[in-house]
Design a protein around this ligand. Structure first.
Ligand SMILES: Cc1cc2nc3c(=O)[nH]c(=O)nc-3n(C[C@H](O)[C@H](O)[C@H](O)COP(=O)(O)OP(=O)(O)OC[C@H]3O[C@@H](n4cnc5c(N)ncnc54)[C@H](O)[C@@H]3O)c2cc1C
Length: 651
């Protein structure tokens, strides 16, 4: 969903919010004041000397000054093992240009602001995770209303920066409802808070949710401000959906992954970046030979007309993958941000696209409506119809992406075809097709639809959908193509002299051979989208080769990411749902297999869903703040099918 930018007045080069008629920071010594109030107020320097990761959450990102001050301290004071997670909510984000203008005031932060601006998200609601210094620092920027964002956050917060504009100018940032969410995310006798206000109403509201509040001297002319420690929760915790509770585990030193495609390699990368040793077990000689083995895939999110969970996941995942690609391949050697044209070749798609534009849910930096002539000019070849253009989208070679992700000093790759997994003596034992055994403490199943071969995950409704892509050599007789063009199918600009287009979508097909019948289907889709290109192909009697693979899909077209539930225990614990779907299960949580996780079911969208799912899983395994809102985490939880089927009385 589109979010409204901050509207500003400028006093010299310092921004002032016209919305709240208030300044973002003190123009004389704002950096020092913010450091005193929030960093010192929470005793951050001393806590950075500790070994454990520090989680700081803030109400009101604004210009990011508190983040920059904290990162500055982190770099100066940190113990090498410490990691910093900074979480911030912002309802009216500044534009990149306004941030650039503000940052001209603070050259001392250049090394951080450059990284922040390079990854700063487009302005859509939701969670956006940005990493700095190879993952040592993570910023989770939640764009939206603070109370809503914090109610969807899964994290334990060590220190709170209560910022935002003053309570009299922005009362929404100081409500009891927000403070209750803050209390729910705090740990008794450990979590602290600091703020610039000393208003007695705020003090009392914070005390009411369980904080012990003390006054401290203010900065400069300000007499006093407050800080506090969370003592005990006064807010009852109501777990509405206990079946989605996530098990806590101690951070492992080593994790084993079955499957070396996009999901396995991106999970390995996210864990390896956290300093965890990873073994990828792949049954083939090379990585990425199954679903992830195509030459090129389209990198874009097909946006829904009105917001849906799937649309939110795809958009968040798309932005996340772009940032990851920029980090792993800054020169775009195996991907290209050449833009994607999504044509409206059919009347119903024209209507859908018009509605999408009229609804104004997405910023024009993400998607723009274009005529056929405009898209032809952008694509470099004649397209058949008007459509949408995604300037930041493009194509990726999934094979090269997998290799780049797995090329990490903490990742080891071995070849085994795993036939059986068992949990005995507090560890997982994996048996391969030669009856050899391997052992590990933590296991992630990333072998797409073949997850159904394991007893523990055979209940997952994973379905293989056959798809064939067609390949042809680039040739002087063919029109040039500068962007990816999608209609009913898609074609990417040639990579290393080969065009890749397709793909068929065959729900029942099982055969692995490349067929002429499927080439014909791909050619028909190409003719619908790029008639001149298609004509030129036929004229030169182009030779086609191809490749067949299977997409691993689920009934709700969402991936399956999270801890593996024990099917029988879920059935027993939540049997009552068969009779009453609204039954309240007080304190009843069903079991998960110890340290067993799944990352699968990425369907036709693995390029945008695998990396964000990997980040989610790695954060879960390491007990870190999760990068997605609870609503989305629940919607990919592997236990969801058991619950749906109990309610439907299908099991
Ligand atoms: C024709 C086609 C076109 C597509 N186009 C696009 C696109 O344009 N854009 C997009 O975003 N996505 C696209 N996708 C989807 C995307 O490629 C997939 O979502 C993604 O590759 C899934 O990755 P994965 O790691 O889950 O599965 P896979 O890549 O299939 O990886 C699973 C791995 O597990 C291994 N394995 C299986 N069983 C075992 C075992 N017992 N022991 C050890 N190893 C095992 C397999 O050998 C395999 O390497 C397309 C897919 C297809 C098939």
């Amino acid at each position: 969903m589109l979010i409204q930018n901050a509207t500003l007045d400028w006093i010299d080069n310092s921004p002032k919010s016209t919305e709240f008629d208030d300044i973002y920071f003190n123009t004389v010594d704002g950096v020092e004041e913010a450091r005193y109030v929030f960093v010192e107020g929470n005793n951050i320097n001393a806590r950075l000397a500790d070994n454990s990761p520090l989680v700081i959450a803030e109400t009101g990102f604004g210009t990011g000054l508190n983040f920059l001050n904290t990162v500055h301290r982190f770099i100066q004071h940190k113990n090498t093992k410490t990691k910093l997670h900074f979480i911030s909510a912002e309802k009216y984000p500044l534009t990149k240009r306004d941030l650039q203008r503000t940052y001209a005031n603070w050259p001392q932060f250049n090394v951080f602001t450059e990284q922040l601006l390079a990854q700063y998200p487009i302005h859509t609601t939701g969670f956006h995770r940005i990493t700095f210094f190879n993952g040592e620092i993570q910023l989770t920027l939640m764009l939206g209303d603070a109370t809503d964002c914090f109610s969807k956050l899964n994290a334990r917060v060590d220190a709170w920066y209560l910022d935002g504009f003053s309570p009299s100018r922005n009362p929404d940032m100081w409500t009891s409802a927000l403070f209750e969410k803050i209390a729910l995310l705090s740990t008794p006798h450990s979590t602290t808070l600091a703020t610039f206000t000393s208003a007695s109403k705020i003090r009392k509201s914070l005390q009411a949710v369980g904080f012990d509040i003390k006054k401290r001297p203010g900065f400069g002319l300000k007499r006093e401000i407050i800080a506090g420690t969370f003592i005990k929760s006064t807010t009852p915790v109501i777990e509405a959906k206990p079946w989605f509770s996530l098990p806590k585990s101690a951070r492992p030193t080593h994790v084993t992954i079955i499957g070396g495609g996009l999901s396995g390699c991106s999970t390995a990368y996210s864990l390896a970046q956290r300093g965890i040793k990873v073994t990828i077990i792949e049954k083939e000689k090379r990585l990425a030979t199954a679903g992830s083995g195509n030459r090129q895939g389209a990198l874009y999110a097909k946006l829904p007309v009105t917001p849906t969970k799937q649309g939110e996941l795809h958009l968040t995942g798309f932005l996340h993958t772009i940032n990851l690609l920029k980090q792993t391949d800054p020169t775009q050697s195996f991907w290209s941000q050449c833009g994607v044209a999504q044509l409206a070749t059919k009347e119903n798609e024209k209507i859908r696209q018009q509605e999408l534009i009229d609804n104004q849910h997405y910023p024009t930096s993400l998607v723009q409506q274009k005529s056929a002539a405009e898209l032809s000019a952008i694509s470099g070849t004649a397209v058949s119809s008007s459509g949408l253009f995604f300037p930041d989208a493009g194509w990726v070679s999934p094979v090269d992406f997998c290799h780049a992700l797995a090329n990490h000093p903490n990742i080891n790759i071995v070849q085994h075809d795993i036939k059986l997994i068992e949990h005995t003596d507090q560890q997982w034992t994996l048996t391969n097709n030669s009856s050899e055994r391997l052992h590990c403490s933590h296991l992630v199943i990333c072998n797409a639809e073949l997850a159904s071969q394991f007893e523990q995950t055979k209940h997952l409704p994973l379905k293989a959908i056959r798809g064939q892509v067609s390949l042809t050599a680039d040739n002087a007789d063919l029109p040039k193509l500068d962007t990816v063009v999608c209609g009913e199918g898609y074609i990417s600009p040639a990579q290393a002299g080969i065009f890749c287009f397709g793909a068929t979508f065959d729900l029942k097909g099982k055969q692995r051979d490349v067929t002429q019948h499927d080439h014909d289907k791909n050619l028909t889709k190409l003719a619908d989208a790029l008639p001149e290109f298609h004509h030129a192909l036929l004229k030169k009697k182009a030779q086609l080769s191809g490749r067949t693979a299977f997409r691993c899909s689920t009934p709700d077209y969402m991936p399956v990411v999270g801890p593996a539930p024990v099917f029988s225990d879920y059935i027993d614990t939540y049997a009552r749902l068969r009779k009453d779907k609204n039954w309240r299960f007080e304190g009843a949580t069903a079991q998960h297999y110890p340290n067993l996780y799944v990352n699968s079911g990425h369907g036709s969208k693995g390029l945008i869903t695998c990396p964000i799912s990997a980040e989610l899983l790695a954060s879960m395994i390491c007990n870190e703040p999760l990068p997605l809102p609870k609503t989305l985490i629940d919607s990919v939880n592997p236990a969801r099918f058991i619950i749906k089927n109990l309610i439907k009385r299908a099991i």
